[in-house]
Design a binder for this molecule. Structure first.
Ligand code: LR7
Ligand code: MN
Length: 555
């Protein structure tokens, strides 16, 4: 064969291969249409796929960046065109027109959102592309890690669960999805048994795992993570909808730094009408108040973000939707398995990734909708409290800042939260930084919104030794006086002390304070000097409840 002919043949071969295997053009795209577009209520656009203004010939060419990384346009324009033509209930993320009869209590009872409406919207419904304009131009590394998608569920509605899975498969490059793992947390609803398994036989990438008893969302996620094979694990709630090109921006950040945990923008799917929209204020930092409620705070101007499409650091995640390098997740110890049913795990993973050498970001170009429910529909087994989870997190991670939490939630102080040895060991082993560091370097803007309140921190009266029953008193009412033990006599000036807000141990009668000389290992009385650290004392623990009773004289 002559050289020229050989070239021609090679070229033709390549062309055929491309037609066959490229995700957006060849047979594969037809196959995908067939597999995923068969939900019973699918509404197809009229007669084929007309070109949409601005969506054709948009693919940007791959570029090699200054770092030598080849970046490409990951958009699936064919799918976007198909989506843009869809009309029908809830399409383009539009609210479903509700009549009063649609809003009966029964519709909300089992799921906390209107399941009647959900059932009448296609499992493949289209969503509005509400990303920042700049997101539409962005290129991401050509070589990205693949991911296992892990979706825990407990008694989730049929259409809301399936729409989660459909949206993920419809809107992710297939080569980036290693698998989708549905983890059933001991649901008792019929539709989640055989029917679900049968349905999923048509989706070869979907696996179903089940817990053997009700574990709660934290250990359920762990079960999925332990079975995952992807390089990255991506957690989603069981009532989500992934939006256009949501996945590459997440994986790209992990590819750049495997210790970065990334969260998409979480959009709101209305629990009444299923309209799709941003959260109020859209991009914000994740934070908490001192009662440990999750809060969102505005991105401070000091962060100088001139490009709102760029990732930004967030102190705390919302909890349910994030991607993490699989090995890094396990290096961080996964989650504390002592966390029960619901809540607290978002703080645990956030504090520990920041304090133990990683970081966390929100990614404006990645958007996923979540149904924010009207109320929690499922039962929480008796004896289980969110308080215990929060206390574990505070005890292991929050150091002296735990005190602020106990100030606001005195009932946590003496709550027993189980054994935390393993968690504390992990923190030591990973050589994690202090919570003070976290507050000053990561969540530095949080106190402006939720100022921690210094404990009214006080104890006063006699200081009685529990062995001898005797009291601490000063020998002379003069500076330099030693401190000694003497029988306690109520009202005798020598034995009255107060441990004030300023952390001094004050003796009001002599108007002097306990001072210390660390070099001589000696304590003695001295005139009070509020600026002197040698006069400040901190109880390891104080009991706000007891103090409060004492203050009010209720004992
Ligand atoms: O016992 C349970 N077993 C489970 O498997 C209880 C729940 N689950 C599943 C459930 O089906 C769902 O898929 O776990 C997932 C999360 O439970 P939800 O949807 O009841 O939680 P939520 O959306 O009310 O609450 C948020 O905070 C939780 C705290 O533990 C979790 O981190 C959720 O994932 C989290 N959701 C989000 O971050 C989405 C944005 C909402 C916010 C803020
Ligand atoms: Mn949820």
């Amino acid at each position: 064969m002559r050289r020229k002919e050989k070239r021609l043949l090679q070229f033709a071969g390549l062309l055929i291969a491309a037609l066959l295997f490229l995700p957006n053009v060849g047979l594969w795209s037809l196959y995908r249409d067939r597999v995923f577009d068969n939900s019973p209520d699918t509404v197809d656009g009229p007669g084929g796929i007309p070109p949409i203004q601005g969506l054709n010939h948009m693919r940007k060419v791959a570029q090699v960046g200054p770092d030598g990384v080849r970046r490409t346009d990951w958009h699936d324009y064919a799918a976007m065109r198909r989506d843009a033509t869809r009309i029908g209930n809830g399409e383009q993320g539009k609210p479903f027109p509700l009549t009063e009869t649609d809003q009966v209590d029964q519709a909300y009872r089992e799921n906390g959102f209107n399941i009647y409406v959900s059932d009448r919207i296609s499992l493949n419904r289209s969503l509005p592309d509400i990303r920042h304009e700049k997101c539409k131009q962005k290129l991401y590394a050509e070589k990205l890690p693949n991911t296992s998608i892990i979706i825990p569920f407990h008694n989730e509605g049929w259409s809301s669960l399936l729409r989660t899975v459909h949206s993920v498969l419809n809107r992710s490059p297939p080569q980036l999805i290693a698998e989708v793992i549905l983890v059933d947390d001991f649901s008792d609803k019929d539709h989640l048994k055989v029917a679900l398994e049968e349905y999923m036989t048509r989706m070869p990438k979907v696996r179903i795992l089940r817990t053997k008893k009700r574990e709660g969302l934290i250990r359920t996620r762990l079960l999925g993570a332990a079975a995952a094979k992807g390089e990255v694990i991506t957690f989603l709630d069981s009532h989500c909808e992934a939006n256009i090109n949501w996945l590459p921006p997440l994986l790209d950040r992990i590819a750049q730094n495997r210790k970065t945990i990334v969260c998409p923008m979480i959009d709101v799917i209305d629990h009444d009408n299923f309209g799709y929209d941003t959260q109020a204020g859209d991009a914000m930092r994740g934070a908490f108040d001192w009662e440990m409620y999750y809060k969102r705070i505005p991105i401070p101007p000091e962060m100088q973000r001139d490009n709102p499409s760029e990732p930004f650091e967030s102190p705390v995640m919302a909890g349910g939707l994030f991607a993490v390098d699989r090995k890094w997740f396990w290096e961080l110890g996964g989650y504390d398995t002592g966390l029960e049913i619901w809540g607290g795990e978002q703080y645990e993973i956030s504090f520990k990734v920041w304090m133990c050498g990683g970081r966390m970001e929100d990614i404006p170009c990645s958007r996923v909708g979540h149904i924010y429910r009207k109320y929690v529909p499922y039962k929480v087994p008796g004896g289980i409290s969110l308080a215990k989870n929060l206390k574990r997190v505070a005890e292991v991670w929050m150091d002296e800042y735990g005190e602020y939490v106990y100030q606001r939630r005195p009932e946590y102080r003496h709550l027993s939260a189980g054994d935390m040895t393993l968690q504390k060991e992990l923190r030591n082993r990973l050589n994690c930084k202090s919570f003070k560091w976290f507050m000053s370097e990561v969540a530095w803007d949080l106190p402006k919104h939720y100022p921690p309140v210094e404990p009214p921190a006080a104890a006063w009266g006699e200081i009685r030794n529990m062995g001898s029953g005797m009291c601490m008193e000063i020998k002379h009412f003069v500076s330099g006086s030693p401190i000694r033990l003497e029988n306690c006599v109520k009202g005798r000036g020598e034995v009255g002390w107060s441990h004030g807000q300023d952390k001094s141990l004050y003796h009001p009668v002599s108007n002097s304070c306990i001072d210390s000389s660390p070099s001589e290992r000696r304590v003695f009385m001295n005139s009070c000097d509020p600026s002197s650290l040698s006069q400040q004392w901190l109880f390891e623990r104080t009991n706000a409840t007891v103090l409060e009773h004492f203050n009010r004289g209720t004992n």
